[in-house]
Design a protein around this ligand. Structure first.
Ligand code: COA
Length: 368
């Protein structure tokens, strides 16, 4: 149990958590039949044994199931108290790189599926930091709305429209669709799935204690995926027929690309820097955190962070062995598994950390 009174309570409490993983499990040996790789190469370098691949599930299917579990509409999730009425959700934020459609947003498609009839919806593109960017943004919006409601009450005026008390953050990813299945350096790393939390503002509660987000230029394109639009010629381009033809025939790379060692270097330093910043902002020491719940990109990155923090590796939740890297959903899935397995109890302090394309990174500390 974490020490009482540590950190600064700001009131956004996680009241539900859920996950969804596709049915199909793909082993390293199966990948060895597609590209030149082996289980012996993959496991020691990444910690990944298997990953779930969405062969028939959509991002909406996965996101809706994770959300339904976080709300208690379907078994398998974690609830702080009782089931949550979907109509009580004021907003849905969906961090994703692989929305089912350009529009409607992925969040709006999930809204329709779960019956969150009062929610306003939008997606977030922040790659594998979605767990932190999503929950931190939800926390800031809930805090701003609570402050406005209090100020309006004191001034005897109505609060601004769209008061926010409950926000669903649901990250859903099908990175299998962005991966090049001929590129052994990337296709072995990623998996599909969704993770969700419901956050509620409580005036008398201890919830999110601190958050920190940062962005660094990716000038060298170490983590990159072009838009599927590419630069197709428009009827307004003043170019010759030949140039237009050449542009139309220019190769369009629809897959994500990664400079593995450069990303590894960025990831290890960003993870430790962000954790330290989130701890310092909440006036916590590393020992105060009952469980670190990091983005699952590579088990070696997680072990490095634990060592740098001087913490035993058991204090870091690891799910990458059976999920692979599920981008922004990774840490939300890891958090859900920790809650369901009882590794985290109400009152404990947890810390999520993420990093990824952008280059984005961040961490947030919160009391369960
Ligand atoms: N199977 C077998 N060999 C492979 C392979 C695979 N799946 N992938 C790469 N290799 C080969 C390379 O071709 C290279 O061969 P060469 O020496 O003959 O050229 C060799 O293994 C070493 O490649 P390298 O890229 O240096 O390996 P690595 O030890 O850096 O490990 C990663 C590669 C991807 C596991 C590692 O760099 C990593 O985890 N990076 C961070 C990735 C990450 O976090 N991404 C997501 C961020 S959100």
């Amino acid at each position: 149990m974490a020490p009482e009174g540590k950190g600064k309570a700001v009131g956004s409490v996680i009241i539900g958590s859920g996950k969804s993983l596709p049915e199909r499990v793909v082993t390293n040996d199966e990948l060895g039949q597609i590209v030149d790789t082996t289980d012996e190469w993959i496991v020691p370098r990444t910690g990944i044994h298997t990953r779930h691949i969405a062969v028939h599930e959509t991002g909406t299917d996965l996101g809706a199931q994770a959300s339904a579990r976080a709300l208690g509409l379907e078994a398998g999730g974690w609830l702080r108290e009782k089931a949550i009425d979907p109509a009580s959700i004021d907003m849905i934020i969906c961090p994703t790189l692989t929305a089912d459609a350009h529009f409607p947003s992925q969040a709006a498609l999930i809204r329709e599926r779960i019956g969150a009839v009062n929610a306003v919806c939008f997606d977030m593109s922040c790659a594998c930091s979605g767990c932190v960017y999503g929950t931190s943004t939800a926390d800031m919006l809930l805090a701003a709305s609570a402050a406005d409601i209090a100020a309006a009450k004191a001034a005897g005026r109505p609060p601004r429209p769209n008061p926010l008390r409950r926000i669903l953050v649901v990250a859903t990813e099908r990175l299998s669709r962005l991966g090049d299945w001929n590129d052994r350096a990337t296709c072995i790393l990623f998996g599909d799935g969704a993770g969700a939390v419901v956050m509620e503002w409580r005036d008398d509660a201890d919830g999110m204690l601190s958050s920190y987000m940062e962005n660094t230029d990716d000038a060298d394109h170490v983590l990159w995926c072009d838009s599927a639009f590419c630069d197709r010629p428009l009827p307004f381009d003043a170019v010759s027929d030949e140039a237009a033809r050449a542009a139309a025939e220019a190769p369009c790379d629809p897959y994500m690309r990664m400079a593995g060692q450069a990303v590894f270097k960025f990831a290890t330093s960003a993870m430790v820097r962000c954790i330290e910043e989130a701890l310092s902002r909440a006036q916590l020491s590393p020992e105060d955190v009952a469980l670190y719940v990091p983005h699952q990109a590579n088990e070696r990155i997680i072990r490095y962070a634990a060592k740098k923090m001087g913490m035993p590796s058991e204090r870091f939740q690891v799910t990458i062995d059976h999920t692979g890297n599920v981008s922004g959903a990774s840490a939300l899935i890891a958090l859900n598994e920790a809650l369901v397995e009882g590794k985290l109890a109400v009152g404990d302090i947890a810390l999520m950390a993420g990093f990824g394309g952008g280059l984005t990174a961040g961490a947030c500390a919160f009391r369960i």
